[in-house]
Design a protein around this ligand. Structure first.
Ligand code: AMP
Ligand code: MG
Length: 486
């Protein structure tokens, strides 16, 4: 374990030079205070939990202090936003402070979001508000606890700095951790500016540090692209299986590592709704829950375009064609697990689709359905769940199919229960729970954010006194409009 002063930096991305990023010093926020910290994320940096109690911790993560060996830089990238190409984006309000090497030899990017203006700020103020910083923190750590690949969050620092959004709010910073902050949009930037020499350097960097095993392959770029497709197929399968809606799947928000990244106005489904749109600025529903699958494929095609100087078009197309079948394989495996099924059968897809079709019409809570299905023996569980469905004959027909499957597999109820509870969370980051915690934090009380974070780090375990976190939303908490201006 280390102290903050003992962190070691090795800033590989900064060494790529000024074509890739611009040196910028963080601009501090006033009267910083620690809102919430993740012990697990501290451990990734080998940091002792006690370090978070030091004044210097909050100073470091609010722009007041910096390690001598950090090299804060704003990265340049571009990307397709809602389907249209934006030739220049970049870190407009976040800075890559540097890369910390932990004792296991892993590099972790320290990215401070809300750190002030950069050459890429465009019309923005370079700030992030407390609300959105808390939301990113909670989602990162909640997704991780569910076993879903994601960037991580070390802490949120609040302040008294005023920030203008639809209303006056206070500025905050969230310290994001990821093994890389390289996005699809980085590749697009160098491809469309026709700096193919720099595109090569970027590609080599990614291969060397993030896909080193591909370098040993006969065609490293092909192996790399194939793996990006594979990782995304698995990632999106997780999102769909657990009802996570990202909100802004622009190519600049897609990580080259295949992890959940750069959260927008995200949401986890409460009631199951295939057409759910969590971003209220997404008028056409481009990034609706069910569109996440074709959109991920579209985004991979956008990345493929930037690899045309390296990979023949036919190979790129054939690799892209792997996405959907791979996605379906992962998705069905995850859903079988959620249903407590252990064997793979020809009609799995139909069994899953029919269930979701029934849920869709009946406003069934997506998370609690699976939890309750495992709680009791199948017959009893189905009987209790039946009341939630409007189409009773449809549900009865589905139950019959499901029971036939379960009986054929014949597993003992206590084994079934622990297997299902191990994959079906009791607690999920519902928007209304985040909203309640945020309102208290905005009033200066951080207890609820900290408690919610704690509960969500063990989503599969029933925790004493935490029943209120395992409830369907009250009427006011359904379909909250989450602002894109964060
Ligand atoms: P996001 O929607 O957070 O993924 O951001 C899209 C682009 O807008 C990125 O280039 C951000 O850096 C930039 N951006 C978003 N909000 C701000 C802000 N308040 N100040 C400066 N740039 C911003
Ligand atoms: Mg972004």
């Amino acid at each position: 374990m280390k102290t903050l002063e003992e962190l070691e930096f090795d800033n590989r991305f900064a060494r790529l030079g000024d074509d890739f990023s611009t040196p910028v010093q963080p601009k501090p926020i006033d009267n910083p205070r620690l809102v919430v910290v993740s012990d697990e994320a501290m451990a990734l940096l080998d940091l002792n939990r006690a370090e978070a109690e030091k004044t210097v911790f909050t100073e470091l993560f609010s722009g007041h202090k910096l390690w001598d060996t950090a090299e804060p830089r704003a990265m340049v990238y571009s990307g397709h936003q809602f389907g249209s190409y934006n030739p220049r984006l970049g870190d407009g309000r976040g800075l890559l402070l540097g890369e910390v090497v932990n004792d296991a030899g892993e590099h972790w990017d320290l990215h401070l979001k809300g750190a002030g203006m950069t050459p890429y700020s465009r019309m923005g103020d370079g700030r992030a508000v407390l609300r959105s910083s808390i939301r990113e923190f909670l989602a990162s750590e909640a997704l991780h606890a569910l076993g879903i690949p994601t960037s991580r969050a070390l802490c949120v620092t609040g302040s008294t700095t005023q920030v203008v959004r639809e209303r006056l709010e206070t500025g905050a910073m969230v310290l994001r951790l990821a093994q890389s902050h390289i996005r699809f949009g980085h590749f697009e930037y160098f491809y469309y500016t026709q700096r193919h020499d720099l595109l090569d350097i970027l590609g080599q960097h990614v291969l060397e540090w993030h896909y080193p095993h591909c370098l040993g392959q006969p065609e490293p770029y092909v192996a790399f692209f194939r793996e990006v497709v594979e990782r995304n197929a698995e990632l999106i399968a997780y999102w769909q299986a657990y009802g996570f809606c990202h909100g802004v799947m622009n190519t600049d928000n897609m990580s080259i590592l295949g992890i959940t990244f750069d959260f927008g106005p995200y949401a986890f489904l409460d009631d199951f709704d295939a057409n759910f749109i969590c971003n209220h600025s997404d008028y056409s529903g481009r990034y609706s829950y069910s569109n996440q699958v074709p959109i991920a494929h579209w985004n991979l095609a956008a990345l493929a375009q930037t690899l045309t100087p390296k990979i023949p078009t036919e190979t790129l197309k054939a690799t892209l064609d792997l996405f959907l079948p791979l996605y379906q394989t992962h998705y069905q495996a995850l859903m079988r697990r959620r249903l407590g099924l252990v064997t793979e059968q020809a009609d799995d897809a139909t069994l899953i689709e029919r269930l979701l079709g029934l849920m869709q019409g009946s406003s069934v809570d997506y998370t609690l359905f699976f939890r309750r299905l495992g709680e009791e023996a199948p017959v009893q569980a189905l009987e209790a769940l039946r009341n939630d469905f409007i189409d009773l004959s449809g549900f009865d027909a589905w139950s019959k199919l499901y029971l036939a499957r379960v009986e054929k597999e014949g597993s003992d109820q206590s084994a079934r229960r622990s297997r299902m509870h191990g994959v079906n969370p009791l607690y999920i980051l519902r928007n209304y729970l985040a909203q309640q915690a945020i309102e208290q934090a905005e009033a200066g009380n951080y207890e609820e954010v900290r408690l919610l974070h704690k509960v969500l780090t063990r989503p599969f375990e029933s925790q004493a006194g935490c029943d209120r976190f395992a409830q369907r939303p009250p009427d006011w908490g359904k379909h909250l409009e989450i602002s894109c201006s964060s």
